[in-house]
Structure formats: structure tokens, C-alpha cells
Design a protein around this ligand. Structure first.
Ligand SMILES: [Zn+2]
Length: 1033
């Protein structure tokens, strides 16, 4: 649809201007305020383009859906008919609305336009010469996170797609070349579970689900670039996921090491965390799940830790809370590394620890090491049995929400304190230090660390404090009842460092340790390397081959993709299904040609989704994952919309892969300098604006006595405000909670659309809450949106009644000749355009946008278009009482009324697209029959081919100015004057305002003395262009 419409879109200069200067005052903008009724040709070369388009257009419209008017009396299901007040309908010359019919009509029309689009591509090419002369429109990339194809769209999807679709449509109207793709995050566990439970092949299951979700997306009128559609489970896509794996491997960023998995000893298979129940048992066999070590693949994301951290500062348009979550996840801490000598029972060696608190070195009372620590190979025989039992106890998988408390055993080893000669420190093996975290050992400072404190209590250690809070004398230091984790001053038991602040002590102790050779400064990160191996079938196979002689060998890039075999049996037993496909596993080594085996692991599905935004820019490339040029011009994503639940991993992995692609030159500017001149945020950051939408919550009822969730049919909602539990007659307890089957509070988007229409559902979703906040779904209040739409329809009807033929050409209102109501309407319109433009470009506050549109509609509903409006100006303004009673409607010129209605419809259309199109077509259908495009094409173009309305800063000025008067810095009273009376020059302004001030009754109190004489004014300052006057006496 879009590019066809773009052909007939407004002049590029108008769009360029809008794009660059929408929020600035511009005299040109006033001139560009076209009245589109005229349908002046908007093609750069009308003769070439129109003549070629016409036949197709005519053909397309000859099959147009019958006008909805014919259905007005027979359709009893019309949702609006019941919610439209008789008053609304009486005045409207148009048929009542039938949302279902309107949506069907426009879905069909849009599809037809797609065909036209394809046919006009040739025309476009033919006129390339003319188009080349024109400046290329700016790209704008809007992306909503692609869904997992579960088969069912839920309200959360509706919300995210309503946002992204509205943005995409508005940006197109603003003249941008919008990329708005959709695809499927199609690998993953549910498909494999379906295969095991229902004997459906994961591929079949996935494809079926995609088809049904695509249909549902159409129903919510979401206009995606389906020609860019991708599914991560197709070989055309995962071939390039595998290619990126090879690139990472080549760069030393993909490597193998042992890692722990959940092992089902009965089914002999690896389980995902979500397949282990809360008792630590297998979802399928019920066996107690064990932990086992397997050699697995990792991506070395830690190599990028510093970049990922530093560049968060570039992400000016990300929510702070997301950046903080990423910062915490990366977890950089500056500190020190200390070596503790172990020398007893015949064993010796060093235990290296990392600490972020080197200042507490004198408070070390024990060392805690992971059960994997190599020092444990040399523990005394007396402790070996205990260690084995402890290790065994840790194998049991616990998946409870709360972390297990600290546990550990003494190892019999003792270490020397490096600065306290003769002080021996016991070494414990514990559950809370992991082997791959830093050094696998920490120093235990129970006086100043929560976890060390908790562990020390389990061992009956007498706690030593070495830091005291820096507090006034007399206050009690926190040496009782818990650790002191805050920084303060070192107590007297810290040797030469006693009395130093913690900061100074940290520095001095590290310096001393460095000098003596037992310690050094060290930065540590909390982030771990990314474990990407999954022992599952439904994922992208890891493109590696294991050869006895050569070790792991990469599959040559030209042999990609390593295709998933389809003929596989799913039993859920005996490990990954891939392991059992003999003729797939067996292969020859690419290096030596000997017999070898394929890696049978597949990649974590987060790998698939951490580069899809790059593939969308070049989805059909069969040579490389994406072309350098296309990715460079298309990146970054301008607005990325998705759930807060992906605030950490998905975004971090995407940033990692995008930065990797950028650093290795797969896309991006050649040099740093060129990149600096490029788009923000730069340095391979994939997403500029991040919009995290809040959850959709359902109204949830519970039995007030038992607390059990109630099904909708168990609650009498005949009075929605006062629900009654049918069985007890009591009022159920109510709350809004995340929609879920077990709470019976879910809402099916298809039901909503069927009963209220997609446009109203979208408006409701966008109106109920700002995008980032939680949305409490309340079906009852959809009718409010339908009433609003009915009012817009009535306004459209009023316009068409006037048949304002003379409004051809540019609409150049002259504020001077407008009556009071016209000026008010004109100001409201400009104000609304300004607000909506800001909202669509910067703030995404669609809820307030809709409120503005409702206000403008209400205002249009209180005025009548009349050709005698301007001459009636004086009489209207002098009859405020009559107007208040709403008996006599204020009159405005038909031109202004029409112009305002058109702008209203244009701004409403991205939010409610089918209804917007219907209004636009109706607005256009009764305008001048001599309008060129109607005469030629026999139809009116889509509202989405129209330019987004511009506003005029001048028009926002109020007629009356309320000016605050300050005396000696304090606000004392206000004066009011007509803006036209204020002189332009400074001296004139001062004289005019002084005159008004001294005439004011309150001037006596503040500016005159007891004798009624003017006080001496030292200074009079006019501020804010006459909105504030300050007197200094
Ligand atoms: Zn080999």
C-alpha cells in the first residue's frame, strides 16, 4: 500500500520542511497550510505518473465494496447504533456507522492498493529521472518486538502493535520512508513440547500458528511490511544465524567449556529450567532432577562488557530504569585482588580473591571458595568425606523463587592474613560462590557484608568490626545486630590505616599490597559469558563438526545452512532428538576428510532474536546476512517497542551482536569520524528510542471468603460498578492483575474486535494509559471511544452538507477578519496539531493525543459552518448568554470548518485507520466535482497519502494576555489586555503596560504611598513578551 500512496503524496518540499522544522515557527509553514479538498495533483510529474496509474486505479475501484449505506437498517449487530445517542444521529446526514463493514471495506481496499503498488513500481522506475532530482526521503525504522508464534494474539500484542502501527502511519504521512516489518521468533521449546505431547511436528505446529496470528494481526488493522517477513526457523534465516556464529568463532568470541545442565536421570535428557517444577522434579518423568556437567558453547559477551556499559550513556532515549537494569546486570565493580597463602597440613598454594572493599582487609575472618576450586584437591583426608557429601547435596536442583541461604563446610585448610602476621584464617567450601565468578573465591568479612555475616552466623564465628560509621559523637555505631555495609572510617584495629576514611584506606591498602606483592587493583564484572548451547531439537543447529583428530572444526560458510533434519522422532527421552539421527550426525571432517560428527546442540533462541532487526533491512539476500549499504542506511532502529520483560537479556544480546557486526565492518561507517557524523546513538548501538510498553491487566474477581478466583460467569455484572458473586450474593474482591488463564481474567482480542470493532479497540488501548504504564482493561469504557467516533462522524456529516466547493486552493486564513469563534477554533486546531505532532515524534503520549482530538471534536460540535459566519462576528461575540445556552450555535466559515475537520480526520487516522479512511473518503466525496484527481481517477485517495497537518506558531497566541505584576520580586496582581493592543517596541510596551498597571484598583495598595502618590520606581522590567512586569521600588 504505502509506496503507491507515496506516489500521490504531497510535494516533497512540504514534507521535507515538516520533517525538519515541525516544532519551529516558520512563515513557510503558514503558506503550506493547504486545504486538501482541492485534491490538487501532488505528483512530481503528474503527466507521466497519472496517465499510467489511471487504468489500474479504475480497475481497482470498479470492484469496490458496496457502500455501507445499504446496510444501515438491516444490520442489527452494528455496535455503534446502540451507543449513538438519538441526538447524534438526528443531525447527521450520514448513515449510522457499521464498524465491521467499514473495516472489511478498507482491508479489502488496502489489499487492492498493494496490487496497484506492485503495478506502479514499473511506473516509478520509468520516472526515476524525475524522482532522482528530488531529495531522498529520510528513512524511519519502527520496530515492534516480533512474537513467538503461540497461535494466539493476546491483548499485550494488540497494545504493542497499535502503538507501532499508529507511529508508522503517522510517520509516513510526515513524509518519511518508513520501515515497519513483522516476523516470527519461531524456534523454541513450546513447539517441541507440542511434538512430544501431541505428535505434531514442530514445523507444522509453528507454521499453522503463524498463519492464524497473521490473520489476527490483520484484524487489528496493523499495516506491516509483509514483504520483509521473516521466520527464524526457516533455513533462509538460520543459515545466517549460523554464519554469525562462525564469525564469532573466527573472532575468538565463540568457545566451548563445561557448564552445568539440568539432567533428568529417568528420561536421560537435559531439561530447560521451565521443565523443572518447583519441587525440583522433571515435568515429564517426575524424577528428581540432577545437575550435570556438559561441554557447551558460549559467546564471550564479557569481552564487550566495558563497551556495553559505557555506551549506555549514549542511549538518551531509553528509559532510565532499563539502563539501570543493564548497568546492574553488567555489574562493574572496582576493587582489588588479594593473594592469601595457604600453608598447612602439608598443602600449599595461593587463594586469589576479588573484593570491591579492599578497605576491609583487616576484617577478613575466613575465605569462602566454590566447591570446584582447585585448592580443594589438597584438603586434608579428614575433610574429604564431608566435602563429597556437600558436593552431592548441591546437585539437587532447586527452582524455588527464593535463593537458598548460605551453606558451607570447613575444609581444614588455613590461610595466612597478609598484613596480620600469625593470624590464621579458615577456608570454607560454600554454595554461594560460583566457580566461574571471578576467581571462584571471596574473602569473608562478616562485619561488613550481608552474606558473609549470614554465613558466619551459621558457623558460630565471633564477628569482628573494622569500620565505624562516620557519625556524630554519642550516636551508637552499628556494631550490634548486623553488618555495617556503609562506608565510614576505619576503627583502631586497622594498624597503620586506622582513622582513615574507607576511600582513603582502600587506596592505601592496595598500594601497600602492591608493594609487598600480594595484591593489586582490579576491575571486575558481574556479567557472565552467554551460554548458547541447548540440548534441544527446535533451534538453529550449531555449525560445528567434531573430529577425533582435529577437534572442533567450523562448518565451511559455503556449506551453510546446516539444515535441521525433519524426519525425527519426539519421545522426550534419551537426550536431544538430533543425537538419534545417525545419518545427520555422521559426516566427514572439513579439515582432514576423516569421519566426524556434527555438534548436536542447537542455539539459544535469544541468538535468533539478537540480530533480526538487521535482517529485516535486507530480508531476501542469499549471499550475505545483510548488505553493508542497506544495514548502514537503515540502522539504527528509530523506535523499538516491546515489553519490559526483555529489558535485560534480549536488549543486551542485541546490543552485543549489533556492536560485533559494527566492529567487524558488517555494517556502519568506514571510520570513527564518519560514524560520528552519522545517526545517533552510534557505535553499533541498535536502538535509538526504546519504548517499553506496560502490561495489560484484567479485571480479576475473587471469592471474598475463600480467595478463590471467580470465572466471569460466576459474577453478576448487570451493574458493572457493583458486581455480585452469584452463588453467595456477596461483593467479590476485585483487582487488576496480569491476564492469565488461571485467574479467569483474560480477554480475547478477537472477541473485543468482533463486538466493538478494531478501531475502537485500538483507540481504547491507546487512550486508557500512556504506553509505558500498566493498562487496566475495562471493556465498559470502550463505549466512550465509540461515542467519540460518532461525534467525528457527525462533524464529517456537517461538512459534507455545506458542500464547501469554494474552498479550493490553499487555505490562508486571515486572523484579522475572523470572528471570535473562528479564532478560537483556529487556535485549538493549531494547538492540537502541535500536541499530536510532538506526541508522534517525541513523547508517544497517545492518551493525551486522543484527549486533544476529543476536545477538538467537541469544539467542532458546538459550531455550525455558515457562509455568513464572518459577517456575523460582532453579533456572535455580543451574545454570550445565548451561546452558553447552546440554543444558538456559534457560526464559523465553511472553509475553516472543513479545514479543521480534515485535519482532525488526518490526525485520527493513524490511531483508527479504517474509520479514518471512511471519514476521509466521505469528506472528499462531496467536495468539488471538478477536483482534478476525482475527475481523473474517479475515486479519492487514501488519507494515508495525505501530508500530516502542520501548525502555525502565530496561531497559538491567545487573544487576551493575562500579565502578572510583581512588586519587589513578589507576585501581587494580574492585569489583562488584548494582545493586539501591545506595541511592538520596548519603550511603547513599557508605557502601555504602566498605564494599565496604574489604572488597576490594586495598584493603590502596592505602588502608592499613604497619600496616594506614586512610589518611586527604581526599575520596571517587561518580561516574557508582556506576560510579566516586575517593579523594583
Ligand atoms: Zn579432522
Amino acid at each position: 500500500m504505502s509506496s503507491c500512496l507515496r506516489l500521490s503524496s504531497p510535494t516533497s518540499s512540504a514534507r521535507m520542511l515538516l520533517r525538519r522544522t515541525t516544532l519551529t515557527t516558520s512563515t513557510q509553514q503558514t503558506r503550506l497550510f493547504h486545504l486538501r479538498t482541492s485534491n490538487t495533483p501532488r505528483l512530481n510529474n503528474p503527466s507521466t505518473l497519472l496517465s499510467s496509474i489511471t487504468p489500474t486505479r479504475l480497475r481497482a475501484t470498479s470492484t469496490a465494496v458496496p457502500l455501507i449505506h445499504s446496510r444501515q437498517f438491516s444490520n442489527t449487530s452494528s455496535a455503534l447504533a446502540s451507543t449513538t445517542t438519538p441526538d447524534d444521529l438526528k443531525a447527521s446526514p450520514l448513515a449510522p456507522l457499521d464498524y465491521a463493514a467499514i473495516e472489511q471495506k478498507w482491508l479489502k481496499r488496502w489489499k487492492e492498493n498493494k496490487i496497484v503498488e506492485a503495478q506502479t513500481a514499473a511506473v516509478k522506475a520509468a520516472s526515476a529521472k524525475e524522482l532522482a532530482a528530488e531529495e531522498e526521503p529520510d528513512k524511519f525504522y519502527i520496530l515492534s518486538q516480533f512474537p513467538y508464534p503461540s497461535g494466539v494474539l493476546h491483548m499485550g500484542h494488540v497494545r504493542v502493535y497499535a502503538i507501532s502501527d499508529a507511529l508508522a502511519r503517522a510517520r509516513r504521512m510526515m513524509g518519511f520512508d518508513v520501515v515497519h516489518p513483522m516476523g516470527w521468533d519461531a524456534f523454541g521449546l513450546p513447539a517441541e513440547n507440542a511434538a512430544i505431547e501431541r505428535s505434531v511436528h514442530p514445523n507444522e505446529w509453528t507454521i499453522k500458528n503463524i498463519a492464524s496470528m497473521k490473520g489476527q494481526m490483520e484484524k487489528i488493522l496493523a499495516d506491516f511490511d509483509w514483504d520483509r517477513e521473516l521466520r527464524t526457523c526457516s533455513p533462509e534465516y538460520y543459515r545466517w544465524t549460523q554464519y554469525l556464529f562462525l564469525k564469532l568463532h573466527e573472532a575468538g568470541l565463540a568457545y566451548q567449556k563445561e557448564a552445568i545442565v539440568n539432567w533428568d536421570p529417568v528420561d536421560e535428557t537435559v531439561l530447560a529450567n521451565e521443565q523443572v517444577d518447583s519441587d525440583g522434579k522433571s515435568w515429564r518423568s517426575g524424577a528428581v532432577v540432577e545437575k550435570r556437567k556438559l561441554r557447551q558453547w558460549f559467546f564471550k559477551i564479557t569481552e564487550y562488557a566495558e563497551d556495553l556499559l559505557q555506551d549506555l550513556d549514549r542511549l538518551q532515549n531509553w528509559p532510565d530504569r532499563v539502563k539501570q537494569m543493564q548497568r546492574n546486570w553488567i555489574g562493574k565493580s572496582k576493587g582489588a585482588e588479594f593473594d592469601f597463602k595457604v600453608n598447612n597440613s602439608g598443602s600449599s598454594g595461593d587463594i586469589q580473591v576479588f573484593t570491591s572493599r579492599p578497605d576491609t582487609l583487616f576484617g577478613v575472618q575466613f575465605l569462602a571458595v566454590s566447591v570446584e576450586h582447585p585448592i580443594l584437591d589438597s584438603i586434608p583426608a579428614s575433610h574429604q568425606q564431608m566435602l563429597e557429601e556437600f558436593k552431592e547435596s548441591l546437585k539437587k536442583v532447586t527452582t524455588s523463587e527464593t535463593e537458598p541461604g548460605p551453606e558451607g563446610i570447613p575444609t581444614g585448610l588455613m590461610a595466612d592474613h597478609p598484613l596480620l602476621p600469625g593470624t590464621k584464617i579458615p577456608v570454607y567450601a560454600v554454595n554461594y560462590v560460583v566457580s566461574d565468578y571471578g576467581t571462584g573465591a571471596v574473602m569473608g568479612v562478616p562485619g561488613h557484608d550481608e552474606r558473609d555475616y549470614a554465613f558466619a552466623k551459621t558457623q558460630g564465628i565471633n564477628i569482628k568490626f573494622v569500620v565505624t560509621p562516620d557519625i556524630p559523637e554519642g550516636a551508637k555505631p552499628a556494631t550490634e545486630g548486623g553488618p555495617l555495609t556503609a562506608r565510614g572510617v576505619l576503627m583502631g584495629n586497622n594498624g597503620e590505616f586506622s582513622g582513615l576514611t574507607c576511600e582513603a584506606a582502600a587506596e592505601a591498602i592496595v598500594k601497600k599490597a602492591d608493594g609487598l606483592g600480594f595484591g593489586r587493583e582490579k576491575t571486575s564484572f558481574r556479567i557472565r559469558d552467554w551460554l548458547i548451547s541447548r540440548q534441544r531439537y527446535w533451534g538453529a543447529p550449531i555449525p560445528m563438526i567434531h573430529c577425533q583428530g582435529c577437534g572442533p572444526v567450523p562448518v565451511p560458510a559455503e556449506d551453510l545452512p546446516v539444515v535441521l533434519p525433519m524426519d525425527v522422532s519426539f519421545t522426550g527421552r534419551g537426550g536431544s532428538p538430533l543425537k538419534q539421527v545417525d545419518d545427520w550426525v555422521k559426516c566427514s571432517c572439513p579439515k582432514c576428510g576423516g569421519s566426524a560428527q556434527r555438534d548436536t546442540d542447537t542455539m539459544d533462541t535469544f541468538v535468533d532474536s539478537s540480530w533480526y532487526f538487521l535482517r529485516y533491512l535486507d530480508p531476501h539476500n542469499t549471499q550475505i546476512p545483510f548488505s553493508h549499504a542497506k544495514a548502514t542506511s537503515g540502522m539504527p532502529v528509530d523506535v523499538y517497542i516491546g515489553g519490559i520483560e526483555h529489558a535485560i537479556l534480549h536488549l543486551l544480546y542485541s546490543r552485543f551482536l549489533s556492536k560485533f557486526a559494527w566492529k567487524t565492518g558488517l555494517y556502519g561507517r568506514e571510520t570513527e569520524a564518519e560514524d560520528k557524523a552519522g545517526k545517533v546513538p552510534g557505535r553499533g548501538e541498535p536502538f535509538n528510542v526504546l519504548l517499553t510498553q506496560g502490561m495489560v491487566q484484567g479485571r480479576t474477581f475473587k471469592d471474598p471468603v475463600t480467595g478463590a478466583f471467580l470465572k466471569p460467569e460466576e459474577v453478576d455484572l448487570s451493574d458493572p460498578a457493583n458486581p455480585i458473586q452469584k452463588s453467595t450474593g456477596l461483593a467479590p474482591s476485585q483487582s487488576y492483575e496480569k491476564m492469565s488463564k488461571s485467574k479467569f481474567n483474560g480477554v480475547d482480542p478477537e472477541d473485543m474486535i468482533a463486538s466493538h470493532g478494531a478501531d475502537a479497540t485500538r483507540l481504547h488501548v491507546l487512550y486508557k494509559a500512556p504506553p509505558s504504564e500498566e493498562l487496566e482493561w475495562d471493556e465498559q469504557s470502550i463505549v466512550g471511544m465509540q461515542r467519540f467516533m460518532a461525534k467525528v462522524w457527525k462533524v464529517v456529516g456537517n461538512t459534507t452538507q455545506t458542500g464547501s466547493d469554494k474552498t479550493t486552493g490553499e487555505f490562508q486564513p486571515s486572523i484579522e477578519t475572523m470572528n471570535k469563534d473562528e479564532r478560537e477554533l483556529w487556535r485549538s486546531l493549531n494547538h492540537t496539531v502541535k500536541e499530536l505532532t510532538t506526541s508522534f515524534q517525541n513523547t508517544y503520549a497517545f492518551n493525551t493525543s486522543i484527549a486533544f482530538l476529543i476536545k477538538l471534536t467537541n469544539q467542532l460540535s458546538t459550531v455550525t459552518p455558515s457562509s455568513s459566519a464572518s459577517s456575523a462576528a460582532t453579533s456572535t461575540t455580543s451574545q454570550p448568554a445565548a451561546k452558553k445556552a447552546k440554543k444558538v450555535q456559534a457560526e464559523v466559515s465553511p472553509e475553516l470548518y472543513q479545514h479543521t475537520a480534515e485535519a482532525l480526520v488526518k490526525m485520527l487516522s493513524p490511531l483508527a485507520p479504517a474509520f479514518g479512511e471512511e471519514c476521509w473518503e466521505t469528506l472528499q466525496s462531496r467536495s468539488s466535482p471538478s477536483s482534478p484527481s476525482r475527475a481523473i481517477a474517479g475515486t479519492t485517495p487514501s488519507v494515508f497519502a495525505e501530508a500530516w497537518p502542520t501548525f502555525n506558531e502565530e496561531a497559538l497566541k491567545e487573544d487576551k494576555v493575562v500579565c502578572g505584576i510583581q512588586v519587589n520580586g513578589k507576585s501581587r496582581f494580574n492585569i489583562e489586555y488584548d494582545v493586539s493592543e501591545l506595541p511592538q517596541d520596548r519603550a511603547g510596551q513599557e508605557e502601555f503596560l504602566r498605564g494599565l498597571v496604574y489604572k488597576h484598583e490594586r495598584a493603590e495598595k502596592w505602588l502608592m504611598d499613604d497619600q496616594g502618590r506614586m512610589k518611586d520606581v527604581k526599575k520596571m522590567i517587561v518580561i516574557k513578551g508582556g506576560k510579566l512586569v516586575s517593579f523594583v521600588l
